[in-house]
Design a protein around this ligand. Sequence first.
Ligand SMILES: Cc1ncc(COP(=O)(O)O)c(C=O)c1O
Length: 380
Amino acid sequence: MGIIKIPVARPELNGNELKYVVRCVKDNWISSIGSFVQKFENEFADFCGTKYAVSAFNGTVALHLALVSLEIGKGDEVIVPDLTFVATANTVSYTGAKPVFVDIDKRTWCIDTEKIEKKITRRTKAIIPVHLYGHPANMERILDIARKHKLYVIEDAAEAHGAEVKFEIRPPAGGSELRIKKVGSIGDVGCFSFYGNKIITTGEGGMIVTNSKKAASAARFLRNQAMLEKRKYFHPKVGFNYRMTNLQAAIGCAQLEKINIIISKKRQIAKTYEELLMNVKGITLPVEEEWAKNVYWMYTIVVGKEYGISSTGLARKLLAEGIETRPVFYPMHLLPDYKTKGDFKVSTTVARCGLTLPSGSTLKTSDIEYIVKLIKRFRG
Ligand SMILES: Cc1ncc(COP(=O)(O)O)c(C=O)c1O
C-alpha cells in the first residue's frame, strides 16, 4: 500500500481541545468526575433539544445502556436495519434479546418502514432506526408504527449529530405548521458515538439523550455500577462501568463549540461531490429527502454495473493514487452469528456496491476535484 494522501476522515482538533485537556491534567481531574463531563452533557442536551443527556465511554455502550435502561432483555425482540454498523445488533444481543433485521429503503439506506410491521411479533419491544451515514430514518412513520404496537424507539444517531427531521403538525384549530427536530430527540432515547471519525469526536465516546427522566436516571444508575447515590457501595442490580472520562468530555466541549461549522462543511463537501459526480453514468449519489437534513457523515456512493468496474476495483485504483476509501458495512443477515434468510435485496446491493469517499471536514475543494477527476478517468 502506498502513502495515503487523502484519508477518508480526519478529526478537526484545532480549537480549544488541547487547552481543555491541559486544564484537566493541571487540575488533576482525569477520571469520570470533573466539570467537563457535566458541561458536555448539558451542552449536548441543549444541542439536541432534549431535557437529559447521559455520557458514556463509547457509542456501543451508550446503546447497550439505553436498551438495559428500558428493561429490554432475554426473550425480547428488537427491530434493527439490516445495513448498519454491527454495534447496533450486538448491543441487542448483549441484553439477551434478539435483533430482527429489516431491509433498508432504496433512497435513504435507512430502515425500510414499509417492511417493519411484517417483522413485529408479540415479543417485539423496540425499534432501533439507524440514521445511516447522516441521513435520518423516516421517523414520522416509525413513530406511527411504534405507537400502534406499543414499542420503544431507540434512535441510533451514532453517525448523524445535528441531522434533522421536519414534521408537519396539524393543530386542532386547523392549518398546519412545520416542526423541526434533531435526530436523537425524536424517539424515546437517542444514542450517539464520538469515535474519531464521527461528526464530532472525543476519541472514544458516546451519549444517550432523552426527554424521559426515568430513562435518564436508569442510565445514570446503571452506568455507575448500579450504585445507589445515597448508599455508597450498595448495588441493588448488576451495573456497568460505562462512564466517560473528564478528558474525553473536555475534548467534547471543544468540539461542540464548532459542531455547526463542521456540519456546514460536511454539507458543502456533499454539494461539491454532487455537482461534480451528477452526470457520471453508473454512480448513484446519496439523497436528501425534502423532510430531512442530511449531515453527510461519510459521503457514500453506489457503483453500479454501468460504471464499468466494481466498487472494490474503483477502491483499489483510488488507493494506488493515495486516496483512501471505505467499503460499506456487511449486511447483518450475512454475518456468521446473525445468519438469516429473507428479503434483504436493497441492503445486499448497497453493501456490495457502496463506497465511501473521503469526506472529513478538512477536505479541500481541490481534493474533491482531484478525486472526481480520477473517478471519471477510471470509468470502464
Ligand atoms: C451506526 C453505529 N452505531 C453504533 C456505533 C458504535 O459507536 P462506537 O464505535 O463509539 O462504539 C457506530 C460507530 O461506529 C455506528 O456507526
